[in-house]
Design a binder for this molecule. Structure first.
Ligand code: XLS
Ligand code: NI
Ligand code: NI
Length: 437
């Protein structure tokens, strides 16, 4: 096959002093951090939709991206060729994983049958390329939001036929994910939400969504797919209110419908900020519920209030993200998935390399810094000491569940007041983090 990136060699690690734009300064796959290679800590994944299907279009103009390998048609042949290009890219980059929606990799046909046939034809190439390169599928997912049939949602559509279509599409996407040895499968509720409550039976829609997920759990078992299921929270966009609005809402939904044992969360940075949270907050909520599965690593723009899906470059962001991930035992089935796109103004193929190299280096630094902060121990020590009143005496008694209100009243009446508080020392801690950045 003709190479799509003739001037680009395999991206090498050259170290922090390198000035080569197409080299890693910090991501050194084999370097050991906290007893594990960077490769295994970070489990980087390239996303098919932005990186190989993104055109750079926005609401005010068409795509700008120059992609010389694309023949501009919606044919299966073009899709198969694109798959080979994708693997050349991922291989040169040195990312161990990739991820897709069914409709990114293969064109949708006039019927579900035709779409499935197209999907199989491209999946065949994906399988060959996975075998050739050793690159693995982090997760698959079904696009249940682009086609106009999903105008009212998929699992939460008022139209039962659309629900049936969505179920059939998920079934196929699960089969292909399984066939390609996927480590997981993600449900992002594309249009599962509402624009106005005037036309919406919320309770019925949520019941239906739970039914769809239960069907997926049953089918997964039936075909012997062992990958991890994820739900990806997002608060708005495209609908005004998305049901899976944040980690807490997802966990509550999963618990209410007895789905929690079957799912973990896939946390996306830009979705966290759209929800009015930090990434750390969402990771902490998921981790505390033992449901931190994977991350979509991107970032928003402080001045733009939508899902801009930019590549992550902030070392503070990656440090805090890696602190949370390490705290909860690291990524096992999941990975650091670059659900991010180059800017419309960055339209040359080489920009795809700059973007991913930058993201990988930013995460490698975040990992190293987080490991150094943990090794230093002062941060963890501070937090531990802050809660010292719970380790003995009345605190320990409350935690063990043995204290009653009457007893606590007696305790406080005797003392007259609570013991004095000590400072939270936020600035001191912020300075401490800066020592390592
Ligand atoms: C959209 C989501 C989407 C999911 C996969 O905002 O981030 O890309 O990650 O369906
Ligand atoms: Ni995402
Ligand atoms: Ni997103």
């Amino acid at each position: 096959m003709k190479t799509a990136f003739p001037k680009i060699n395999k991206i090498a690690y050259e170290g922090p002093n390198s000035r080569h734009p197409l080299a890693f300064k910090h991501y050194n796959a084999d370097e050991i951090v906290e007893g594990k290679t960077m490769r295994d800590h970070l489990r980087f994944a390239v996303v098919y939709w932005h990186t190989f299907r993104g055109t750079g279009s926005d609401p005010f103009g068409p795509g700008t991206a120059i992609r010389p390998w694309d023949d501009g048609t919606n044919s299966v042949k073009n899709a198969q060729n694109r798959a080979r290009v994708a693997f050349e890219f991922i291989e040169k980059l040195g990312a161990p994983f990739y991820a897709w929606h069914d409709r990114d990799v293969a064109p949708e046909g006039r019927s579900l049958g035709e779409s499935n046939k197209n999907f199989d034809a491209v999946a065949k190439v994906l399988k060959e390329e996975q075998k050739r390169t050793g690159i693995k599928l982090l997760w698959g997912t079904a696009n249940l939001f682009s086609n106009p049939r999903f105008v009212h949602g998929a699992g939460t559509s008022c139209n039962a036929d659309v629900f049936a279509f969505a179920a059939a599409q998920i079934k196929k996407a699960l089969e292909v994910t399984h066939e390609l040895g996927g480590a997981g499968y993600t449900f992002w509720g594309g249009r599962e939400g509402y624009m106005t409550l005037l036309n919406t039976d919320m309770k019925r829609e949520l019941d239906h969504l739970a039914k769809l997920l239960h069907m997926a759990v049953a089918y997964k078992k039936q075909i012997g797919f062992k990958g991890q299921f994820y739900i990806e929270p997002k608060p708005k966009e495209p609908t005004k209110h998305q049901y899976d609005s944040d980690a807490a809402a997802c966990l509550n939904f999963l618990r209410e419908y007895d789905l929690l044992p079957h799912f973990k969360l896939n946390i996306e940075t830009n979705h966290a900020t759209l929800a009015g949270h930090t990434m750390q907050h969402e990771l902490e909520v998921s981790g505390a519920a033992n449901a931190l599965g994977s991350i979509d690593a991107n970032t928003g723009d402080e001045l733009l209030g939508w899902d801009t899906d930019q590549f992550p470059t902030s070392i503070y962001l990656t440090t805090h993200t890696m602190l949370a991930i390490l705290k909860y035992g690291g990524l096992t089935t999941g990975g650091v998935n670059f659900d991010a796109k180059v800017r419309r103004e960055s339209f040359e193929p080489v920009d795809l390399f700059h973007a991913h190299i930058g993201g990988m280096d930013a995460f490698a630094r975040g990992l190293k810094i987080a490991a150094a902060i943990r090794k230093d121990g002062r941060l963890a020590e501070f937090v531990k000491n802050r809660y010292a009143s719970w380790d003995s005496g009345i605190g320990a008694k409350i935690e063990s569940g043995k204290a009653t209100m009457r007893e606590l009243e007696t305790y406080i009446l005797k003392q007259g007041d609570a013991k004095t508080n000590v400072s939270g020392r936020q600035e001191f801690l912020e300075n401490l983090i800066n020592e390592f950045i």
